[in-house]
Design a protein around this ligand. Structure first.
Ligand SMILES: NC(=O)c1ccc[n+]([C@@H]2O[C@H](COP(=O)([O-])OP(=O)(O)OC[C@H]3O[C@@H](n4cnc5c(N)ncnc54)[C@H](OP(=O)(O)O)[C@@H]3O)[C@@H](O)[C@H]2O)c1
Length: 249
């Protein structure tokens, strides 16, 4: 029987695609996000796709107590795979002008939350000698750009967490994968820029990745035999040669 997959940020975008993909493969799921109405619909769709059990639980990765409550419930399902996906970017302001709420929000959701969730669920994976932590960093973990003076450092830190975990977990049989996508059209840019219209302009004239493309990579990494650890995957649209180089037709 396939192991339980815990997915943070499963109410939209990549997280939703992961839920459906692992559901199709028959995995039980524990899904977390703040928008519980959306999350419940994803859980329902995952069950229809083939998941024998898909639980939707409220989760705010910026709140320590919320992570703890979620993790206690998730642990009862004996998770095997943790996908730390919740997060995103807030604004594109240069460091000189960045709003404090955005600065703290990006650090707490993408980094502090990821570390706390991992700390909660790792002991179980180690004890059971079976597990896989998959962190969703970003192409921004591999470079920098103007207007990404908080988001890029935070995603660099996520990648560094993945690297440190691989060392700390050596000999435990728990695998760690860092997946770093480039531009993907989800709700990411709507959240970042505050409107559908501004979000559309981000992808104007180019073909971005889809959530499905990223999900394909995550499922591939998770389905390698136990002796194979996919450490890092960077995937970009063919139209994106780098963080500051996008081909637009
Ligand atoms: N799209 C891209 O171009 C791209 C590229 C590289 C990396 N990424 C990363 O991929 C991950 C997923 O992004 P996406 O593209 O799928 O964007 P998305 O469609 O906006 O999804 C973000 C998910 O994170 C959840 N989330 C955000 N803040 C949260 C919080 N405080 N507590 C719990 N859940 C929270 C959201 O759920 P609720 O709002 O319901 O809580 C949502 O389910 C993020 O870490 C992002 O930084 C995205």
């Amino acid at each position: 029987m396939p192991g339980t997959v815990v997915i943070t940020g499963a109410s939209s975008g990549f997280g939703e695609a992961f839920a459906l993909a692992f559901g199709r493969l028959g995995h039980p799921l524990v899904l977390g996000a703040r928008r519980t109405d959306r999350l419940a619909k994803v859980a329902e769709a995952a069950r229809k796709a083939g998941s024998p059990r898909a639980i939707a639980l409220p989760l705010d990765v910026r709140v320590r107590e919320s992570i703890h409550k979620f993790a206690v419930a998730a642990e009862l399902e004996t998770p095997e795979i943790l996908i730390n996906n919740a997060g995103g970017a807030l604004g594109r302001a240069p460091v000189a002008e960045v709003e404090d709420d955005d600065l703290v929000g990006m650090i707490e959701a993408n980094l502090t939350g990821l570390l706390r969730m991992t700390r909660e669920l790792l002991p179980g994976l180690i004890r059971r000698k079976k597990g896989h932590v998959i962190n969703i960093s970003s192409l921004a973990a591999h470079g920098v750009y103007e207007g990404g003076g908080v988001y890029a450092p935070v995603k660099h830190a996520v990648r560094a967490v993945s690297q440190a975990l691989r060392l700390e977990l050596s000999g435990t049989d728990v695998r760690v994968t860092d997946v770093a996508p480039g531009m993907a059209e989800t709700e990411f840019s709507v959240v970042r820029l505050g409107s559908e219209e501004k979000a559309k302009s981000v992808y104007a004239g180019m073909r971005p990745l889809t959530a499905q493309d990223v999900s394909d990579v995550v499922v591939w990494a998770a389905t390698r035999p136990p002796h194979v650890n996919i450490s890092e995957v960077v995937l970009t649209p063919t139209d994106q040669a780098g963080l500051t180089k996008v081909h637009r037709r």
